[in-house]
Design a protein around this ligand. Sequence first.
Ligand SMILES: Cc1ncc(COP(=O)(O)O)c(C=O)c1O
Length: 406
Amino acid sequence: MNKSDFPIFNNNPDLVYLDNSATTQKPQVVIDSIVDFYQNYNSNVHRGIHKLAETATIEFENARGNIAQFVGAKPEEIIFTSGTTESMNILAQILFEHFKDSKGKKTILLSEMEHHSNTLPWMMLAGNLGWNIEYVKLTEEYELNLESLYDAIKKNDVSILSLTHMSNVLGTINNLDAIFSKVKSISPDIFCIGDGAQYVPHHKIDLSNSKSIDFYAFSGHKMMGPTGIGVLYGKKNLLEKLNPSKVGGGMISTVKRNSFTTAELPEKFEAGTPNIAGAIGLSKAVDYLKRQDTLEIEKHMSELTRFTLDELRNIKELTLYGPPVFEKRGPVFSFSIEGIHPHDIAQILDQDNIAIRAGHHCCQILHRETLKIPASARASLYIYNDIENVKRLSNSIKKLITQFKR
Ligand SMILES: Cc1ncc(COP(=O)(O)O)c(C=O)c1O
């Protein structure tokens, strides 16, 4: 990995970019692939038979194949969406179609660490079906309370369980494979759904080898791809049985006056013109990740995570949220400093050219009910960050604490 692969750092040499959970920077190869599409073979896919349309269709489907292989899925299990949020919304609507005629009040189980994108679609579904929503509590070490999760499965009529693979506030990594396997051993028919928005950019995942993950969502822009492209993965046998929630051009086989039949997977779930340049760009980001030495990147990120934990823990005025053991977390560090509003922290760090985020990070339930604070400051790291970046962060924080004490 070479930082000069990213034009934003060449154009802003002093920038310390620590807002990677929100979105990551893009390497030149990703930017070039988007320009190349629009300049050289811009055309719609799966429609025309002219040369440009054929090239666009081939590149778009190659992108799907490449992204599928990267996450260990079959190409037909990859539905392109605009991102994790849209993936979860589409899935909730698909499951509405599936459950709308079912009887009885069932439960959708989430956790207190979920992002709004993995909360609100389920809230809406529960409202539409007249079902309950339950939230699994966290332990004192900011992990899922697994005992209460399995208890909830035993006690309630749970039909859907949707959990984040890695928290965008706490950095907590949830072992979804193990959790979902256990859940299915208690209640085999539960739909088990993973929010991979924060996990996929950092970790290898093998979806076809996971018997228990039924659906999984992630966003391209959090792994160096463009904005506006993401994935909803679904197990083939499930996608084949379910009906689409979005209809229109591109997803049909035949249309009559009062009825239609659907196309094969994955087109069945992709109504309308997709984000073609986005899919091609995401595939180039996947290629970029594949070219990296995985072991070296893993070593770099775990050293960086351990170093950041130590640096921030050594600032006694700072309260850090998330698991205390570095092996249990990803490189996301949310914190507060008594007497200083998170927005002030972010603004003052920005004056030192350090970009972090402040707010509730789309996790109001977690902030209000678990952390008992309205907002936090968050530094989140990616492969192009280094120890020097973290030292700049901690020095700036120490400086601002001194300024505020005066
Ligand atoms: C855990 C998690 N889930 C879902 C999302 C939503 O992703 P997007 O805005 O790309 O749809 C985010 C974005 O921050 C996230 O961190």
